[in-house]
Ligand binder design. Sequence first.
Ligand code: NCD
Length: 302
Amino acid sequence: MKHRVLSTVFYEASTRTACSFQSAALRLGGTFLHIDASSKGGGSSTKKGETLEDTVRCLGCYSDAVVLRHPEEGSVGRVMEAMHAAAASTGGKRVPVINAGDGTGEHPTQALLDLFTVCDELGIPPLSSASKGFGKQKLVVTLLGDNKHGRTVHSLSELLSRSYNSTLGLDDLELRYVNPAGLEMPQYVRDKVSAAGGDGVTQSSPSSLGAALEGCDVLYVTRIQKERFDTPEQYEAVKGSYVVDCALLEDAPKDMIIMHPLPRVDEIATEVDSDERAAYFRQMENGMFVRMALLALMLGKA
Ligand code: NCD
């Protein structure tokens, strides 16, 4: 990526996604421009009333790709279409826009690093070089947390259902959704999972976390997305309603892994960090490597 420039434009808080993209660009020999627009437009011209489309179009002139995070679902796709339509009619530059999270919608690069982590940890080829093979034809994933608002679980469910058979060569995928009442996986995501995964995919909502952990390969935990609730009272009503701790994990499969996109609030006790099944810090590091691979594919010089 020598002489290549990446823009990271964030209208919401980020530690891992922004920094891992920036580090990835630097490690590949490129550089980056960053706009922190998280506080009412922050350092961007959004404060002056500029539209998101125009801001991103501007960054597109100065860089080779734009990584965009925005609180509005569907915003990133909308901006990219507008930018590319404008480029088509004016002959302007057309740069890729990477979705780094659009509200409660999607977080596709997180899904890529999550899929890589699942395979690397469990030994599922071709994304794992581990000598220890997975040895099963069915992958069981429990998604515990805010399945309604969590964009990471929306993207991961769909990516798993698209790839378990075609890329990973597995026969079956079981997704178990466990969440506080009212925070269920949206029907449109379930429909996408079924459509992409076909007959080999099962989706269920076990009645207890204990039941969901029986024969489970991956426990994927998310925090309750406080910022997505309409009122503080609605958040308070579900806050702290699940905690993964060592007592719970005593009966869980010994070869299960525990993942979390982070940040965590209180849903995984820190005592779990030293359990060898805790994969979330390795997962976090994988984010940089997977984003390096993505940038190399998109922007790298052969
Ligand atoms: C997630 C996000 O922003 O959606 N974080 C991340 O990118 N690693 C998860 C979250 O904020 O809960």
